[in-house]
Design a protein around this ligand. Structure first.
Ligand SMILES: [Cu+2]
Length: 139
């Protein structure tokens, strides 16, 4: 006999996991990378960051199309939670219009940059399609 409590717990667990099921599978061989600047580069602000993507296409946010996603630039931060929408703030920039580069203002000093592809719901693919994190120095 199943108690009411057990049923309630099962229902909660069912609600706790759908974000995993909501992740889009990464296309095989998909690869994202920062074309420029190069890792270790000394640059002047504003900095133009060029995004590279192989093995899949770019589609605007909200457009559900097989083997596509849009870019997110992580600035001076690590990887966010991978099973939910990527935050949208100064450190997590979305390119939901399908942009493949951006020019950003950065203060002098060291900064890290990393690209992370998100699906039409801004959720990283499974497994995540992320570039190497690079470090640049703004003069
Ligand atoms: Cu996004």
């Amino acid at each position: 006999m199943i108690s009411r409590y057990a049923l309630a717990t099962a229902a909660l667990l069912a609600f706790a996991t759908p974000s995993m099921a909501g992740q889009t599978m990464a296309p095989e061989g998909a690869n994202v990378y920062i074309v420029s600047p190069a890792h270790g580069a000394q640059v002047s602000s504003p900095v133009t960051v060029v995004f590279g993507l192989d093995g899949m296409g770019v589609a605007p946010a909200g457009v559900e199309k097989d083997k596509t996603g849009h870019h997110h630039l992580l600035i001076n931060t690590g990887m966010p939670a991978l099973d939910e929408p990527i935050p949208s703030d100064e450190k997590h920039r979305h390119f939901g219009g399908g942009q493949t580069q951006v020019t950003i203002e950065l203060p002098p000093g060291e900064h890290t940059l990393q690209l992370l592809v998100g699906d039409h719901n801004h959720v990283p693919h499974k497994p995540p399609i992320a570039s190497q994190q690079i470090t640049i120095t703004v003069k």
